[in-house]
Design a protein around this ligand. Structure first.
Ligand SMILES: Nc1ncnc2c1ncn2[C@@H]1O[C@H](COP(=O)(O)OP(=O)(O)OP(=O)(O)O)[C@@H](O)[C@H]1O
Ligand SMILES: [Mg+2]
Length: 224
């Protein structure tokens, strides 16, 4: 099976040398657990290998705010962004006016960009927006069918706790699920990463300790 290295120290060895390619992987976790950091770090890692990246966000955080936060990490490379190797797109304004256009806009952007790696961060507001119209299921099916047909690695972040995952449609539709969490144990909060599933991969199981520093997110192999 073809693979792409994740760009996250310690994660490739948990996944038989990287994410399956092509594939769609859900990065689930509660607020502040490191979903955006992981996803974008992987985009910049790809860019270093000459891959094109596309970052899609909607509503929850404007693109410039995300970029400002990310630019403090050492993996962020302004030159890569200026050269267009990584494209940042904020669907927020369009989506509020016309939620039904969301899918077409996403497809058009992807066709324009021809990315090797795509990040949708987070998918939660898109789903919430469509919920009241009862269009969520259809949207998700179409989006995932489209993404799967496209030859790329897709990382989709979602605001979810462990309890949410087992009955979420997203987790059934993707090839892999990675959960980030920060449970309180013995009065300290530590951050963890767990690979819940990864198709075609003998992956490490159980929660692994992670660290977020100026260099980004890293898995501390073997430490608990
Ligand atoms: N330079 C840094 N050094 C150490 N920790 C950091 C650094 N920058 C960010 N963090 C940690 O990473 C967390 C934010 O990570 P990130 O934004 O990737 O999480 P997220 O899961 O995407 O959050 P949200 O659900 O709000 O979008 C911060 O809450 C902080 O704990
Ligand atoms: Mg985020």
């Amino acid at each position: 099976m073809a693979r792409k290295t994740t760009g996250i120290p310690g994660l490739d060895s948990m996944l038989q040398n990287g994410f399956p390619f092509p594939s769609a992987v859900l990065i689930a976790g509660e607020p502040g657990t490191g979903k955006t950091t992981l996803a974008v770090q992987s985009l910049f890692h790809g860019a270093k290998e000459g891959e094109k990246g596309l970052y899609i966000t909607a509503i929850s955080e404007p693109q410039w705010l995300v970029q400002k936060f990310l630019s403090s990490f050492s993996f962020y490379n302004q030159e890569v962004v200026e050269k267009g190797m990584i494209d940042f797109i904020d669907l927020g304004p369009t989506i509020v006016k016309n939620p039904s256009d969301m899918l077409d806009i996403i497809k058009k952007k992807i066709e324009q960009c021809q990315p090797d790696r795509i990040v949708i961060d987070p998918i939660t507001p898109m789903i919430d927006l469509l919920q009241w119209r009862g269009e969520t299921r259809e949207f998700m099916h179409e989006l995932f069918a489209y993404l799967k047909a496209f030859n790329s690695l897709v990382l989709i972040t979602s605001e979810m706790s462990y309890d949410d995952i087992s009955h979420s449609q997203e987790s059934y539709m993707v090839d892999g699920v990675i959960v980030l969490s920060y449970p309180e144990e013995e009065k300290v909060r530590r951050k963890f990463l767990e690979v819940l599933k990864m198709r075609g991969t003998k992956h490490t199981t159980g929660r692994q300790l992670i660290d977020i520093t100026d260099e980004g997110l890293a898995v501390q192999a073997g430490l608990r």
